[in-house]
Design a protein around this ligand. Structure first.
Ligand SMILES: Nc1ncnc2c1ncn2[C@@H]1O[C@H](COP(=O)(O)OP(=O)(O)OP(=O)(O)O)[C@@H](O)[C@H]1O
Length: 326
């Protein structure tokens, strides 16, 4: 007989989670499953329900209907024992006071789970946070670093991070992503919300895309086509506008325009199928200028998946809970 396959319960499981604030519906029937040892990214435009989801998992707000289970417990009944196993940074982190950063963190450490000696200093060093500075003198970015140290310092089983890199410079963002990868390598689970697609792409194994309180797409990062939409602009010479436009439209899927001015062709538009064919066509001419930009997340979500409830391209999830590509 083959050995029995041990199934590990998810770290987070929500079923039909709905949250209404008066007449405003923040979440509609949200089903999320986060497996242990993964980094799960929650992305969506402003107001799509990310913060509400995370707050329900921490019992900061209560759902109107539906259920949530976190580390095997209901957030409502898990109490301090559950809270100690979670590291959390809120999206609207507010810290103030004359207390020094290091003193505040040691105070948090006394009331949370045990923090190994030297851990606060190590994390502060990696994130370049000065522990001797009073909190009220810290910049927004440095307060954010303090928030990150308190989330990571007790090596929690689950990290719930709401827009964790807001206000951080690129070097510190990179260090933060390393901390996330290390946590995953150590078997911890991370739920990360962001409205910055590139951050999620670098860190997450699985992503759920929220729009207007609903999951409009879910899957591994590469299976979602969000990362393939690009705005392009280029200036080339060596051919005519109609020839180039036809070529770019046919072979590279360009949606846009090619206009001629003083013998130079200006290309402007959007690519949905990757940049490689576009670049290869341009390479046949003299390229004077080129820019390729990631659109904002709202545009990506709406272009590829439509607004939830509309007659959009996002089909039903398949058996794995993923949505097929539109
Ligand atoms: N306390 C509240 N009272 C009333 N409406 C609220 C409250 N909190 C959130 N909402 C509404 O619920 C919806 C979802 O908000 P939520 O903050 O969860 O979204 P989000 O994706 O985290 O957005 P952001 O990226 O801007 O933080 C929004 O329409 C918001 O205005």
């Amino acid at each position: 007989m083959p050995p029995a396959i041990e199934t590990v319960p998810p770290v987070i499981e929500t079923r039909a989670l709905t949250k209404r604030y008066g007449s405003n519906t923040a979440l509609t029937s949200l089903d999320l499953v986060v497996q242990p040892g993964t980094v799960f990214g929650l992305i969506g435009p402003n107001g799509s329900g990310k913060t509400t989801t995370l707050r329900i998992l921490l019992d900061i707000v209560r759902p109107t209907s539906g259920t949530a289970v976190v580390l095997g417990l209901s957030p409502r009944n898990g109490g301090a024992a559950l809270r100690r196993r979670i590291g959390y940074i809120p999206g609207d982190l507010r810290l103030d006071g004359r207390i020094r950063s290091g003193t505040l963190l040691r105070h948090y450490a006394e009331i949370s789970a045990p923090v190994p000696a030297g851990r606060i200093e190590l994390l502060a060093g990696r994130l370049d946070l000065d522990l001797s500075r009073p909190v009220h003198t810290l910049s927004k970015g440095n307060r954010q670093k303090l928030g990150l140290v308190q989330a990571f310092m007790h090596d929690p089983d689950l990290l719930i991070l709401d827009e964790p890199t807001s206000g951080l410079d690129p070097l510190v963002q990179r260090e933060f992503l390393d901390l996330v990868r290390e946590a995953r390598a150590a078997g911890r689970t991370v739920l990360l919300s962001s409205h910055v697609l590139s951050e999620i792409q670098q860190a997450a194994d699985v992503v759920a895309v929220l729009s207007l309180g609903r999951v409009v797409a879910q899957g591994d990062v590469s299976s979602l086509r969000l990362n393939r939409l690009r705005h392009v602009r280029a200036s080339v010479s060596g051919t005519g506008p109609d020839v180039l436009h036809g070529e770019l439209e046919r072979a590279a899927g360009l949606k846009g325009t090619v206009t001629a001015q003083d013998g130079i062709l200006h290309i402007q538009g959007t690519l949905e199928g990757g940049v490689d064919p576009f670049i290869k066509i341009l390479a046949g001419y003299r390229v004077l200028d080129l820019s390729v930009e990631e659109p904002d997340l709202e545009e990506s979500v709406l272009r590829l998946y439509g607004r939830p409830g509309e007659n959009q391209a996002a089909p039903s999830p398949d058996a794995d809970g993923r949505r097929a590509q539109p």
